[in-house]
Design a protein around this ligand. Structure first.
Ligand code: SF4
Length: 275
Protein backbone atom coordinates (compact mmCIF):
# COMPACT_ATOMS: atom_id res chain seq x y z
CA UNK A 1 0.00 0.00 0.00
CA UNK A 2 1.49 3.40 -0.90
CA UNK A 3 2.95 5.28 2.03
CA UNK A 4 0.55 8.15 1.43
CA UNK A 5 -2.69 6.16 1.62
CA UNK A 6 -1.50 4.29 4.63
CA UNK A 7 -0.65 7.49 6.42
CA UNK A 8 -4.09 8.93 5.91
CA UNK A 9 -5.80 5.74 6.99
CA UNK A 10 -3.64 5.31 10.02
CA UNK A 11 -4.55 8.75 11.25
CA UNK A 12 -8.23 8.02 11.08
CA UNK A 13 -8.84 10.91 8.70
CA UNK A 14 -10.72 10.81 5.45
CA UNK A 15 -8.11 9.65 2.98
CA UNK A 16 -6.58 12.84 1.64
CA UNK A 17 -4.97 12.36 -1.74
CA UNK A 18 -4.80 16.07 -2.41
CA UNK A 19 -8.16 15.96 -4.25
CA UNK A 20 -9.37 19.36 -3.00
CA UNK A 21 -6.02 20.82 -3.94
CA UNK A 22 -6.17 19.47 -7.49
CA UNK A 23 -9.82 20.55 -7.89
CA UNK A 24 -8.99 24.07 -6.77
CA UNK A 25 -6.04 24.05 -9.13
CA UNK A 26 -8.33 23.11 -12.04
CA UNK A 27 -10.70 25.89 -10.96
CA UNK A 28 -7.75 28.29 -11.00
CA UNK A 29 -7.09 27.29 -14.61
CA UNK A 30 -10.66 28.17 -15.58
CA UNK A 31 -10.42 31.50 -13.73
CA UNK A 32 -7.12 32.17 -15.52
CA UNK A 33 -8.62 31.48 -18.98
CA UNK A 34 -11.82 33.45 -18.21
CA UNK A 35 -9.89 36.37 -16.74
CA UNK A 36 -7.54 36.54 -19.71
CA UNK A 37 -10.46 36.47 -22.14
CA UNK A 38 -12.22 39.32 -20.35
CA UNK A 39 -8.99 41.33 -20.14
CA UNK A 40 -8.49 40.84 -23.86
CA UNK A 41 -12.08 41.37 -24.95
CA UNK A 42 -12.71 44.67 -23.11
CA UNK A 43 -9.91 46.69 -24.66
CA UNK A 44 -10.48 44.87 -27.97
CA UNK A 45 -13.45 47.08 -28.66
CA UNK A 46 -11.38 50.23 -28.18
CA UNK A 47 -7.89 49.07 -29.17
CA UNK A 48 -8.74 48.48 -32.80
CA UNK A 49 -9.44 52.16 -33.05
CA UNK A 50 -5.79 52.92 -32.08
CA UNK A 51 -4.23 50.38 -34.45
CA UNK A 52 -5.94 47.57 -36.34
CA UNK A 53 -3.25 45.00 -35.30
CA UNK A 54 -3.16 45.91 -31.60
CA UNK A 55 -5.97 43.53 -30.54
CA UNK A 56 -4.15 40.61 -32.21
CA UNK A 57 -0.83 41.46 -30.53
CA UNK A 58 -2.56 41.72 -27.14
CA UNK A 59 -4.37 38.43 -27.74
CA UNK A 60 -1.04 36.69 -28.50
CA UNK A 61 0.51 38.11 -25.31
CA UNK A 62 -2.41 36.87 -23.22
CA UNK A 63 -2.33 33.49 -24.97
CA UNK A 64 1.37 33.13 -24.08
CA UNK A 65 0.69 33.93 -20.40
CA UNK A 66 -2.31 31.55 -20.29
CA UNK A 67 -0.39 28.73 -21.99
CA UNK A 68 2.50 29.19 -19.55
CA UNK A 69 0.09 29.08 -16.58
CA UNK A 70 -1.85 26.11 -17.95
CA UNK A 71 1.35 24.25 -18.80
CA UNK A 72 2.63 24.76 -15.26
CA UNK A 73 -0.67 23.74 -13.66
CA UNK A 74 -1.03 20.64 -15.85
CA UNK A 75 2.54 19.52 -15.20
CA UNK A 76 1.88 19.97 -11.51
CA UNK A 77 -1.38 18.00 -11.69
CA UNK A 78 0.34 15.13 -13.55
CA UNK A 79 3.14 15.14 -11.01
CA UNK A 80 0.63 14.95 -8.17
CA UNK A 81 -1.56 12.30 -9.82
CA UNK A 82 1.23 10.07 -11.17
CA UNK A 83 3.82 10.75 -8.50
CA UNK A 84 6.50 10.85 -11.20
CA UNK A 85 9.54 13.05 -11.14
CA UNK A 86 8.65 15.45 -13.96
CA UNK A 87 11.23 17.90 -15.19
CA UNK A 88 9.98 20.95 -13.25
CA UNK A 89 9.39 18.89 -10.13
CA UNK A 90 11.84 20.58 -7.78
CA UNK A 91 10.53 23.99 -8.78
CA UNK A 92 6.95 22.68 -8.62
CA UNK A 93 7.25 22.11 -4.89
CA UNK A 94 8.42 25.69 -4.44
CA UNK A 95 5.55 27.03 -6.53
CA UNK A 96 3.02 24.97 -4.55
CA UNK A 97 4.46 26.00 -1.19
CA UNK A 98 5.10 29.67 -1.88
CA UNK A 99 2.35 30.73 -4.26
CA UNK A 100 -0.36 28.18 -4.90
CA UNK A 101 -1.21 27.17 -1.36
CA UNK A 102 -1.91 30.74 -0.10
CA UNK A 103 -3.94 31.38 -3.27
CA UNK A 104 -5.91 28.15 -2.91
CA UNK A 105 -6.62 28.88 0.77
CA UNK A 106 -8.39 32.10 -0.30
CA UNK A 107 -10.23 30.27 -3.09
CA UNK A 108 -11.10 27.38 -0.75
CA UNK A 109 -12.45 29.83 1.84
CA UNK A 110 -14.77 31.35 -0.75
CA UNK A 111 -15.97 27.83 -1.58
CA UNK A 112 -16.52 26.91 2.07
CA UNK A 113 -13.69 24.34 2.32
CA UNK A 114 -12.30 24.18 5.86
CA UNK A 115 -8.73 25.28 6.47
CA UNK A 116 -7.79 21.90 7.97
CA UNK A 117 -9.16 20.05 4.92
CA UNK A 118 -7.04 22.24 2.70
CA UNK A 119 -4.00 21.79 4.95
CA UNK A 120 -4.41 17.99 4.85
CA UNK A 121 -4.67 18.20 1.10
CA UNK A 122 -1.62 20.47 0.93
CA UNK A 123 0.40 18.05 3.10
CA UNK A 124 -0.67 15.13 0.88
CA UNK A 125 0.37 17.03 -2.26
CA UNK A 126 3.65 18.10 -0.67
CA UNK A 127 4.37 14.48 0.31
CA UNK A 128 3.74 13.31 -3.23
CA UNK A 129 6.12 15.90 -4.58
CA UNK A 130 8.75 15.01 -1.97
CA UNK A 131 8.34 11.31 -2.82
CA UNK A 132 8.54 12.13 -6.53
CA UNK A 133 11.88 13.84 -5.90
CA UNK A 134 12.84 10.59 -4.12
CA UNK A 135 15.86 12.08 -2.50
CA UNK A 136 18.06 9.44 -0.86
CA UNK A 137 20.21 10.66 1.99
CA UNK A 138 22.81 9.44 4.46
CA UNK A 139 21.37 8.68 7.92
CA UNK A 140 22.97 11.71 9.57
CA UNK A 141 21.23 13.94 7.03
CA UNK A 142 17.77 12.67 7.88
CA UNK A 143 16.04 14.40 10.77
CA UNK A 144 12.92 13.21 12.56
CA UNK A 145 11.23 16.25 14.06
CA UNK A 146 8.60 15.60 16.71
CA UNK A 147 6.09 17.77 18.56
CA UNK A 148 6.40 18.09 22.33
CA UNK A 149 2.78 16.95 22.80
CA UNK A 150 3.84 13.35 22.04
CA UNK A 151 5.43 13.19 25.48
CA UNK A 152 3.28 11.82 28.32
CA UNK A 153 1.89 14.89 30.09
CA UNK A 154 3.09 13.86 33.58
CA UNK A 155 6.58 12.86 32.50
CA UNK A 156 9.10 14.86 34.57
CA UNK A 157 11.95 14.34 32.11
CA UNK A 158 13.02 17.24 29.92
CA UNK A 159 13.36 15.87 26.39
CA UNK A 160 13.51 19.14 24.47
CA UNK A 161 17.15 19.88 23.83
CA UNK A 162 18.09 16.22 24.21
CA UNK A 163 15.51 13.53 23.52
CA UNK A 164 17.94 10.92 24.83
CA UNK A 165 17.08 12.11 28.35
CA UNK A 166 13.99 9.91 27.93
CA UNK A 167 14.08 7.15 30.56
CA UNK A 168 12.27 4.74 28.23
CA UNK A 169 9.50 4.02 30.73
CA UNK A 170 7.13 3.29 27.84
CA UNK A 171 4.30 5.61 28.89
CA UNK A 172 4.52 7.37 25.54
CA UNK A 173 5.91 6.71 22.07
CA UNK A 174 9.03 8.81 22.65
CA UNK A 175 10.73 5.64 23.88
CA UNK A 176 9.97 3.81 20.60
CA UNK A 177 10.90 6.79 18.44
CA UNK A 178 14.29 7.07 20.14
CA UNK A 179 14.79 3.33 19.54
CA UNK A 180 13.88 3.73 15.84
CA UNK A 181 16.28 6.66 15.43
CA UNK A 182 19.10 4.58 16.97
CA UNK A 183 18.25 1.57 14.82
CA UNK A 184 18.74 3.60 11.65
CA UNK A 185 21.32 6.07 12.95
CA UNK A 186 19.17 9.10 12.06
CA UNK A 187 18.84 12.36 14.02
CA UNK A 188 15.78 12.95 16.15
CA UNK A 189 14.61 16.07 18.00
CA UNK A 190 11.60 17.45 19.80
CA UNK A 191 10.40 20.99 19.13
CA UNK A 192 8.01 22.96 21.31
CA UNK A 193 7.17 25.38 18.51
CA UNK A 194 8.13 26.87 15.17
CA UNK A 195 11.06 28.93 16.50
CA UNK A 196 12.71 25.93 18.18
CA UNK A 197 12.01 23.79 15.11
CA UNK A 198 13.73 26.34 12.89
CA UNK A 199 16.71 26.46 15.27
CA UNK A 200 17.03 22.66 15.22
CA UNK A 201 16.96 22.66 11.42
CA UNK A 202 19.66 25.36 11.27
CA UNK A 203 21.84 23.39 13.71
CA UNK A 204 21.41 19.94 12.18
CA UNK A 205 21.36 21.00 8.52
CA UNK A 206 19.32 17.98 7.39
CA UNK A 207 18.78 17.17 3.72
CA UNK A 208 15.36 15.73 4.45
CA UNK A 209 12.99 15.97 7.41
CA UNK A 210 10.29 13.57 8.50
CA UNK A 211 7.98 15.83 10.48
CA UNK A 212 5.24 14.67 12.84
CA UNK A 213 2.65 17.27 13.84
CA UNK A 214 -0.93 18.49 13.44
CA UNK A 215 -2.21 20.02 10.19
CA UNK A 216 -1.40 23.60 11.18
CA UNK A 217 2.15 22.97 12.43
CA UNK A 218 3.05 20.66 9.56
CA UNK A 219 1.83 23.18 7.00
CA UNK A 220 3.81 26.04 8.52
CA UNK A 221 6.82 23.74 9.03
CA UNK A 222 6.78 22.70 5.36
CA UNK A 223 6.58 26.36 4.31
CA UNK A 224 9.23 27.58 6.78
CA UNK A 225 11.86 25.00 5.93
CA UNK A 226 11.55 25.18 2.15
CA UNK A 227 13.68 24.29 0.11
CA UNK A 228 14.51 21.43 2.55
CA UNK A 229 11.92 18.73 1.77
CA UNK A 230 9.65 17.77 4.66
CA UNK A 231 7.72 14.51 4.59
CA UNK A 232 4.72 15.15 6.81
CA UNK A 233 3.04 12.58 9.06
CA UNK A 234 -0.07 13.75 10.88
CA UNK A 235 -0.18 12.95 14.57
CA UNK A 236 -3.18 11.24 16.19
CA UNK A 237 -5.09 13.13 18.86
CA UNK A 238 -7.17 10.69 20.91
CA UNK A 239 -7.29 13.15 23.87
CA UNK A 240 -7.78 16.30 21.81
CA UNK A 241 -5.22 18.69 20.37
CA UNK A 242 -1.76 19.19 21.91
CA UNK A 243 -2.27 16.64 24.72
CA UNK A 244 -0.76 13.15 24.92
CA UNK A 245 -0.82 12.81 21.16
CA UNK A 246 0.19 9.68 19.30
CA UNK A 247 1.87 8.66 16.05
CA UNK A 248 1.92 5.60 13.84
CA UNK A 249 5.43 4.20 14.37
CA UNK A 250 5.26 2.07 11.25
CA UNK A 251 4.67 5.18 9.17
CA UNK A 252 7.76 6.83 10.64
CA UNK A 253 9.87 3.73 10.04
CA UNK A 254 8.65 3.33 6.48
CA UNK A 255 9.37 7.00 5.87
CA UNK A 256 12.94 6.49 7.06
CA UNK A 257 13.38 3.43 4.82
CA UNK A 258 12.04 5.40 1.85
CA UNK A 259 14.58 8.17 2.17
CA UNK A 260 17.68 6.42 3.49
CA UNK A 261 20.45 5.78 0.98
CA UNK A 262 20.68 2.06 1.62
CA UNK A 263 17.36 1.70 3.44
CA UNK A 264 18.73 -0.64 6.08
CA UNK A 265 18.98 -0.52 9.85
CA UNK A 266 22.40 0.57 11.07
CA UNK A 267 23.48 -2.89 12.24
CA UNK A 268 22.84 -4.33 8.75
CA UNK A 269 24.92 -1.73 6.94
CA UNK A 270 28.43 -2.56 5.78
CA UNK A 271 31.05 -0.97 8.00
CA UNK A 272 33.92 1.20 6.71
CA UNK A 273 36.22 -1.86 6.49
CA UNK A 274 33.71 -4.21 4.92
CA UNK A 275 34.59 -5.71 1.56
S1 SF4 B 1 8.83 7.14 27.46
FE1 SF4 B 1 10.33 8.76 27.94
S2 SF4 B 1 9.32 10.67 27.45
FE2 SF4 B 1 7.70 9.10 27.53
S3 SF4 B 1 6.93 9.21 29.62
FE3 SF4 B 1 8.55 7.66 29.63
S4 SF4 B 1 10.44 8.78 30.18
FE4 SF4 B 1 8.89 10.30 29.61
Amino acid sequence: MPLEEEKNRSNGFEPSSGKSFVLLLVLCCFVLVGGAFVLWWVPYVGLSNIHPRLPLILALCFAAVVLFGLGGALTLIFTIVWGRNLFINRKARGIVIRFLFPLLVVLGKLMGISKDDLRRSFIAVNNRLVLAEAKKVRPEKLLILLPHCLQFHECPVRITGNIENCKACGKCKIKDLVAISKRYGVSISVATGGTIARRIVVEKKPHIIIGVACERDLTSGIQDTYPIPVYGILNKRPHGPCFDTDVDLEMVERGILTFLENGKPEFQRPGPHSP
